[in-house]
Design a binder for this molecule. Structure first.
Ligand SMILES: [Zn+2]
Length: 84
């Protein structure tokens, strides 16, 4: 579902930013476009799982509205009446 999302991560070898799709970083083996060092998916696994987690949360917010005190999330005063 998020496979075509582009993300930017730093190469662990040359520290250059690699801007590729999420699926590119999840390949078992890939090569840094900047320094040609081999990159394993495990090198990005932690940061990718964090990214996916935050993406899921932002999508939840889009679907359900912002989590806040207001019933519609648009203003804090809503919920005291006709906002449905
Ligand atoms: Zn590199």
């Amino acid at each position: 579902m998020f496979t075509e999302t582009n993300i930017a991560l730093d190469c662990p070898y040359c520290s250059e930013t690699i801007y590729e799709t999420l699926s590119w970083f999840k390949k078992a083996y890939s090569t840094c476009p900047n320094c040609d060092q081999g990159l394993a998916d495990s090198q990005f696994a932690t940061v990718i799982s964090e990214l996916e987690q935050s993406m899921e949360e932002s999508i939840e917010e889009m679907i359900h509205g912002q989590s806040g005190s207001g019933c519609c999330g648009k203003k804090s005063s809503c919920g005291e009446g006709g906002c449905s």
